[in-house]
Design a protein around this ligand. Structure first.
Ligand code: NAD
Ligand code: ZN
Length: 373
C-alpha cells in the first residue's frame, strides 16, 4: 500500500505525518523509535477504543512498549478539565514519567484532550496523534493546538503542543459514520478554497470517490490537506496572523452553531458559513459569481447544507461580533477572492453582511438540522 509522508518543518519541534491504509494495525513498527522500551498511555474514546484500541495496543506492545489504556465517553462533552485530571491520574497509576509517551487515538476530541494532557503532565511529555476521523486527519491533528472546553465556551483552555509524530490510517474512514465523514469533507473543501484550485477541481471531479469512501483517493486528499495546513502552521505556529486564513467559513459557522445551541454539526455550520462568506464577497464584486456557484455546488454534491431557513441576519451579525477572533472590537473575516485564494478583511458595512446572510437563509435544500424555531 502506498504511503505518503508530510513533514511539518518546525525546527526542533519538526515532525512527520505518515498516511497509509492499514497503519493502525501496524503502528508499532512506525513508532518503534518513540515507544520501544517505554511506558505508553493509549487514550481514546469508548467508540474508537472499542473498534481499534486492541489492535493498536497489541502493535505497540509488539514494538516493546508497556501499554496502559484510558478511555472516556465519545463526544464533545468529554473535552473537559475533569477528563484531563482523570487522564493525568491514569498516567500516574501507569507509572508514566517524563520519558513516557501518550498516544491519542480517535477524532479531534481524543486528540485535543490527550494532547493537552501531554502538554500538562509533568510539565509536558511527548505525544503521538493517531487521528481516526476525517476531520482529525485533515485538520485537528495538524498544527499543535490542544485544549478543552469550559461551560462558558469551547476551546477556552489549551496549549500549543506539537506531536512527535502523526499516523493517519485512511482505512479508519470505513467505520466512520457518514455524518462525521461529511463534517470532515467541509474542512477539506475549506482547505481547497483557501489554498488550492487544483485540489478543488479534483474534489469536483471525484465526488463519488469521496462519498464511497475510496481509500486511494483519500490518501492523496489527506496528504494534500496536511501539506497545505502544515505550510501555514510552519509559517505561523502560534496564530500571529497568517494562520487565521484557516478560519474561513468559521466566523459565520460559529455564530450559527451558537444560535442553534450546537444542534447543528460543525461541518454543516462551516459549509453554510463558507456560502455566506462567498455571497458577501461576490456581492462586493470581489469574487467571480462562478466561483461562488462552484463552491455551493460542490458542498451540495457532498451532502452538505448550503443554506438554513429561519436565520435572523441581525442576530448572526451580533454573534459574529462577539466571536473571539474579532480583535480590538473590529470584525475581521476571511473572504474568498477566487477558488484557491482568500484574504482577511476588516468589515465595516454590516448591511451588506446581513444581506449575504439572508441570501443563505431562504433557499431550499438547507441544513439537515431543520428550521430554527
Ligand atoms: N486542535 C485543532 O486544531 C482542532 C481543529 C479542528 C477541530 N478541533 C476539535 O476537534 C473536535 C471535533 O473532531 P471530531 O469531529 O473528530 O470529533 P470526535 O473526536 O468527537 O469524533 C466524532 C465522532 O466520530 C467517532 N469516530 C471517530 N473516528 C471514528 C472511526 N474511525 N470509526 C467510527 N467512529 C469514529 C467518535 O467516536 C465520535 O463519536 C472538536 O472538539 C474541535 O474543537 C480541533
Ligand atoms: Zn472547523
Amino acid at each position: 500500500m502506498a504511503m505518503r509522508v508530510v513533514e511539518v518543518p518546525l525546527g526542533d519541534r519538526a515532525y512527520a505525518i505518515r498516511i497509509r491504509a492499514g497503519l493502525t494495525a501496524d503502528c508499532g513498527r512506525e513508532l518503534a523509535d518513540c515507544v520501544s522500551g517505554r511506558k505508553v498511555l493509549l487514550v481514546s474514546d469508548d467508540r474508537v477504543g472499542g473498534l481499534y484500541g486492541d489492535r493498536v495496543a497489541a502493535s505497540l506492545r509488539g514494538a516493546g512498549a508497556t501499554v496502559a489504556t484510558a478511555t472516556f465517553p465519545a463526544g464533545e462533552a468529554s473535552k473537559t478539565l475533569a477528563t484531563v485530571e482523570r487522564l493525568c491520574r491514569a498516567a500516574v497509576a501507569a507509572g508514566l514519567d517524563r520519558g513516557s509517551r501518550i498516544v491519542a487515538l480517535g477524532g479531534g476530541v481524543p486528540g485535543d484532550v490527550a494532547g493537552f494532557t501531554a502538554a500538562a503532565y509533568m510539565r509536558g511529555i511527548p505525544f503521538v496523534q493517531m487521528p481516526t476521523s476525517l476531520l482529525a486527519m485533515v485538520d485537528s491533528s495538524v498544527g499543535g493546538k490542544t485544549g478543552v472546553d469550559l461551560p462558558e465556551g469551547k476551546n477556552l483552555v489549551g496549549a500549543f503542543w506539537q506531536p512527535e509524530r502523526v499516523l493517519a490510517d485512511p482505512e479508519c474512514l470505513l467505520t466512520l459514520p457518514a455524518c462525521e465523514l461529511r463534517n470532515g469533507l467541509a474542512e477539506v473543501v475549506k482547505t481547497a478554497v483557501i489554498f488550492d484550485p487544483g485540489l478543488f477541481a479534483r474534489l469536483e471531479a471525484n465526488v463519488p470517490k469521496l462519498l464511497a469512501p475510496d481509500l486511494d483517493f483519500y490518501l492523496e486528499v489527506i496528504a494534500r490537506c496536511c501539506e497545505l495546513k502544515a505550510g501555514v502552521v510552519a509559517a505561523d505556529e502560534r496564530e500571529g496572523g497568517l494562520r487565521a486564513v484557516l478560519n474561513y467559513g468559521h466566523t459565520f459557522g460559529h455564530a450559527l452553531e451558537t444560535r442553534m445551541e450546537y444542534r447543528i454539526a460543525h461541518g454543516e455550520a462551516v459549509a453554510i458559513g463558507m456560502v455566506m462568506a462567498a455571497n458577501f464577497a461576490a456581492a462586493n464584486g470581489e469574487l467571480p459569481a462562478d466561483a461562488a456557484r462552484r463552491q455551493r455546488e460542490l458542498l451540495a454534491a457532498l451532502g452538505l447544507p448550503t443554506s438554513m431557513a429561519g436565520v435572523d441576519p441581525d442576530e448572526i451579525v451580533a454573534l459574529m461580533a462577539r466571536d473571539k477572533k474579532t480583535s480590538r472590537g473590529e470584525l475581521r473575516l476571511v473572504l474568498p477572492r477566487d477558488i484557491g485564494t482568500v484574504e482577511v478583511r476588516k468589515i465595516n458595512d454590516p448591511a451588506r453582511l446581513r444581506a449575504a446572510i439572508a441570501a443563505a437563509s431562504r433557499s431550499p435544500g438547507g441544513c439537515c438540522a431543520g428550521q430554527v424555531d
